[in-house]
Design a protein around this ligand. Structure first.
Ligand code: NAP
Ligand code: GLV
Length: 308
């Protein structure tokens, strides 16, 4: 029984140590030192790999080295192989920290002040109290719920949108496509924390951006392909969207001439909003080992029909 690690090479030693402490019975192997590929029952990978089952015929669980699984094609995995996300509480805390930073940056007009500073302009703007600012989160999963909890003490009016009904203390919740536009109309600052699926690809487009209040802020921490970039650029040009904080882009890194690099209304970060935390991830894997032995369903499995 072996687990093969194929993610960030710089962290492999940390993973090895964590497995050594928590599950010494599990042999840890690091790509490309696969050994006998028939031993590999578990794989930790960030990227999809061609002909996975041909390479690892005894694979039973593919662990995505992240919260997102859009890089994997579920139809290529046989039914008996589970796809599991390595999201945990620490990862959600780190994401909530980034979301708080991005919301406060937009709320307090930091993009405008950065531009003023470059132009040596001392130009105060009116201050809007948090209680008059409406903040909306798209996606109420592991990450979206913690982000909302973290924003609550700051006093914003909170709104949230998900596919199935949810109740979140202190936030007004909206459900499904029927309520999407009603939700967007309440978002002075919109945060995207959806998974990328066929239903959510391009969800932030000319029509949905137009449904936001004029001068809204947009934070994208989901996936770049959630946003039609040309439509966001157009909305920034007209002022429909006043500013955007983007941690993810369709192409990462963007080409050198991509307009977001130097756009005065865009704050760009290189996909660092959050990442897998080794301790929590190994904990999920070890708990799943025990659950499988007891015949219990695995934690954090991806639903094949929903794709997240
Ligand atoms: P999750 O637990 O699977 O939650 C997904 C949420 O999105 C759920 O509330 C779900 O609704 C909702 N949703 C999915 N499809 C929808 C649709 N068509 N319409 C409305 N709501 C829909 O995911 P998570 O762990 O919170 O992670 C979310 C995403 O964050 C990941 O997939 C990844 O792309 C991104 N991420 C980015 C970074 C970064 O560094 N930028 C780091 C980690 C993760 P239901 O609750 O009704 O199912
Ligand atoms: C990062 O983007 C992740 O999905 O974990």
């Amino acid at each position: 029984m072996a687990i093969l690690y194929m993610a960030e090479p710089g962290s492999a030693a940390q993973w090895r140590q964590a497995f050594h402490e928590s599950a010494p019975e599990l042999e840890f192997r690091e790509w490309p030192e696969v050994g006998d590929a028939r031993d590999i029952e578990y794989l930790i990978a960030w990227k999809a790999m061609p002909r996975l089952m041909a390479q690892f015929p005894n694979l039973s669980v593919l662990y995505s080295a992240g919260a997102g699984v859009d890089q994997f094609d579920l139809s290529e995995l046989p039914e008996h192989v589970s796809l599991v996300r390595l999201v945990d509480g620490a990862m959600a805390d780190i994401m909530a920290e980034y979301v708080t930073f991005a919301v406060l940056a937009l709320h307090r007009d930091i993009l405008t002040y950065q531009n003023s500073q470059r132009e040596r302009r001392w130009a105060p703007l009116p201050i809007i109290p948090a209680c008059e600012r409406r903040v909306g989160v798209m996606g109420l999963g592991n990450l979206g719920q913690v982000a909302l909890q973290r924003l609550q003490p700051l006093g914003f009016q909170l709104h949230a949108w998900s596919r199935s009904p949810k109740a979140v203390a202190g936030a007004r919740c909206y459900v499904g496509n029927e309520q999407l536009h009603a939700f967007l109309g309440q978002c002075d600052i919109l945060i995207n924390l959806l998974p990328l699926t066929p239903e959510t690809t391009g969800i932030l487009n000319a029509t949905t951006l137009d449904a936001l209040p004029t001068g809204a802020g947009v934070v994208n921490v989901g996936r770049g392909a959630h946003v039609i970039e040309q439509d966001l650029l157009a909305a920034l040009d007209t002022g429909k969207v006043a500013g955007a904080v983007l941690d993810v882009l369709d192409q990462e890194p963007p080409l050198p001439d991509h307009p977001f690099w130097r756009h005065p209304r865009v704050l760009l970060t290189p996909h660092i909003a959050s990442n897998v935390q080794v301790k929590g991830a190994v904990d999920v894997i070890v708990r799943n080992l025990h659950r499988a032995r007891s015949g219990l369903p695995l934690l954090n499995t991806v639903h094949r029909g929903k794709g997240y």
